[in-house]
Design a binder for this molecule. Structure first.
Ligand code: SAH
Length: 188
């Protein structure tokens, strides 16, 4: 797992998803080198690079051109760019052009989560998995309801990480924003 500080960052591009959360996303996705991954919202490329290390192929969409170019730089730095096809555009406009995939990872949806999941579901292979990371409360609820509408049984974990920093008098814990990981398995 890459350290957060290894990524190039920009003020107006979110990410990378924090290392400990990336660990859980990768673990819950069960990604292997047989899998094709479609990621919506590459941001800084934090999750893109973790999937690229482990999957057969990754397609990653972002509507922000700065996120596409930042992710491209981060992938090149890690020599992972060959495995990833970066696709600029809004997910709703381009998702139907992606061939079949095994994992649908949604890290950004701008309020269109339900439609993104519906469109993505039809190209998700039979053993497919869907993973959504949510910062907003509303996205958590939207994710659960949308997955249920597709006939799936969603799981949700809410992750609150605190990192310790050694100071003179002891160890101070710094809390990170809680993030929810909502996931479901097709065919289960
Ligand atoms: N997981 C990333 C951070 C994701 S931030 C990392 O580890 O670096 C969320 C991203 O989703 C943003 O870059 C935003 O531009 C993108 N996004 C939001 N809605 C989108 C949509 N409808 N289509 C494509 N990209 C979208």
């Amino acid at each position: 797992m890459n350290d957060d500080f290894k990524f190039l960052k920009l003020d107006d591009v979110p990410g990378p998803t924090k290392e400990e959360v990336r660990c859980l996303v990768v673990c819950k996705s069960g990604v292997s080198n047989d899998d094709v991954v479609l990621e919506i919202g590459c941001g800084t490329g934090g999750l893109t690079s973790e999937f690229a290390k482990r999957a057969k192929k990754v397609y990653s969409i972002d509507k922000n051109p700065k996120a596409i170019s930042l992710t491209s730089k981060n992938l090149k730095l890690q020599k992972l760019d060959k495995k990833v096809e970066l696709i600029p555009g809004d997910a709703l406009d381009v998702i139907d052009k992606i061939p079949k995939f095994d994992i649908l990872m949604v890290g950004g949806s701008s309020g269109d989560l339900s439609q993104i999941l519906k469109n993505g579901f039809s190209n998700l292979n039979e053993n497919g998995r869907i993973i959504i990371t949510a910062i907003l409360l509303e996205t958590r609820v939207d994710a659960i309801k949308s997955l249920q509408k597709l006939g799936l049984s969603p799981y949700i974990v809410d992750v609150s990480i605190s990192r310790g920093k050694i100071i003179e008098r002891g160890t101070m814990m710094y809390a990170q924003n809680p993030v929810a990981i909502i996931y479901a398995f097709k065919g289960k």
